[in-house]
Design a protein around this ligand. Structure first.
Ligand code: ZN
Ligand code: ZN
Length: 443
């Protein structure tokens, strides 16, 4: 579930409520647009009770917030799950190990230099906390199974109708895996305020007793002041090339310029230009969805061309000679989806890429927001490769050695047609349910 963040407009100071995935802040009052960036993760806190007359004894306990899809590949198939959790980042008996649904129950606030109080330091590594969170719930594993149905018996032999179907099973062991990836993850910090009185340590939000002061060793609740590195920076949204005002939705990682047909993403220090193309639509086109076209080669599997890929993954299609000259690309949805749908659409676009001919395009109004960064798309390559394999044996055992070399990323918008409940991509046959796309915005 999404958490809401109360954020002051850097221009006029008006309070605005945005979603945690929002990177672009558009003030409804003064209409000024700003990109938000920080060094490392964003930091929020749960607003304490009686926030306006707090005293200095308030201390803030750090919790890691993870949200994203986890994919685990082992001999049994591809396991996945959505992870959405807030886990304590320090070792202190008596404090809640997780914030549960509390960050969703009320808007959290962004940590600011003027927020009074002290901040406890992390003593646990993010990786360790994430590992624990992964182990806590079973994965769902999807695998292709052969179904043998006896149809006739000719007195001597049973004749079977053999088909395959996808089956989803629960799989609880995480101990042995061939590959694992966290895709589309949000990592942030949510601080729980606690009132550290003379005798009691009290939950600053609910007012309930957490533990007695004498149960905590002296300097554990000392904390440090606000670190200036945590401060969020706001950046202008004018096109770096032509100065025109850029367009984008709140949670979009990309902004486009209608004036000079460029696309921009937030780099470490400044806006960086993104290579993009589109497969031209026609009168029926209602929407363009972006895919990261990640090109490269995989020496461990002798995959250099699209033809190599089709052969290696045992696709039941006839290979055209031109495919051996076509560079291999993985087509990864550039928008967040539930894991099962992500696997299907990535597989369909990757296998169907020979039908897609991207070229230069013009920025238009019906470009759907890009919410998955190219770095995450690159991390999905092995997962989509595994999902594309018609036979596991020729791909799965090699996954630990698979590396995509000379990888390049281009964003390609594909045209979709409105089919009532679904969006339909005419060239590749990809369908995306409208509800699934909407749901992805909250992932
Ligand atoms: Zn404003
Ligand atoms: Zn421009």
């Amino acid at each position: 579930m999404d958490i809401k963040v109360e954020q002051a407009c850097p221009q006029c100071g008006a309070p605005i409520v945005i979603r945690e995935t929002d990177r672009l802040l558009t003030c409804p009052y003064c209409e000024v647009k700003n990109f938000m960036r920080s060094n490392g993760a964003f930091r929020y806190y749960l607003p304490p009770r009686g926030e306006n007359n707090r005293d200095k004894s308030m201390v803030y306990v750090p919790y890691f917030r993870f949200k994203g899809n986890i994919f685990v590949i082992n001999e049994a198939g591809i396991g996945y799950k959505v992870i959405d959790t807030t886990q304590i980042g320090m070792d202190l008996y008596g404090l809640p190990p997780s914030l549960g649904i509390r960050p969703q129950a009320m808007p959290v606030k962004r940590l600011l230099p003027q927020t009074p109080g002290r901040y406890l330091s992390l003593t646990t590594r993010a990786r360790t906390v994430l590992e624990k969170a992964i182990r806590l719930t079973p994965l769902r594993v999807e695998r292709r199974e052969t179904v043998r149905k006896p149809v006739t018996y000719d007195g001597e032999n049973v004749v079977y109708d053999i088909s395959t179907k996808m089956k989803t099973v629960e799989y609880s062991s995480h101990s042995r895996f061939l590959h694992r990836a966290f895709i589309g993850e949000t990592v942030s910090f949510v601080y729980l305020p606690v009132e550290a009185g003379e005798e009691d340590i009290i939950d600053g939000v609910t007012g309930s007793l957490l533990l007695r002061r004498d149960q905590v060793s002296g300097n554990l609740l000392q904390g440090t002041p606000f670190n200036p590195r945590w401060q969020v920076q706001f950046m202008s949204t004018l096109c770096p090339r032509c100065g025109w005002s850029l367009d984008g939705e709140g949670d979009s990682l990309l902004m486009t310029c209608k004036n000079c047909d460029t696309a921009w993403s937030l780099g470490r220090e400044k806006l960086e230009e993104v290579n993009w193309q589109m497969v031209p639509g026609d009168r029926r086109t209602a929407l363009y969805l972006g895919f990261w076209k990640i090109s490269g080669q995989i020496p461990a599997l002798d995959i250099r061309s699209f033809g190599d890929f089709i052969r290696r993954t045992n696709q039941p299609i006839i290979i055209r000679s031109s495919w051996d000259r076509q560079k291999m690309s993985f087509w990864i949805p550039a928008f967040k989806l539930r894991p099962k749908v992500f696997l299907r659409i990535g597989r369909q676009a990757t296998i169907g890429q020979w039908r897609l001919a991207p070229r230069e395009g013009h920025v238009q109004d019906n470009l759907y927001a890009v919410t998955l960064p190219p770095s995450e798309a690159k991390q999905s390559v092995k997962v989509i490769l595994a999902a594309s394999a018609a036979s596991r044996k020729k791909i799965f055992p090699f996954l630990p050695k698979v590396r995509l070399q000379d990888a390049t990323a281009t964003l390609v918008y594909l045209p979709f047609v409105d089919k009532g409940h679904d969006w339909y991509q005419p060239q590749s046959g990809i369908t995306v349910a409208k509800t699934v796309l909407r749901f992805g915005r909250s992932l």
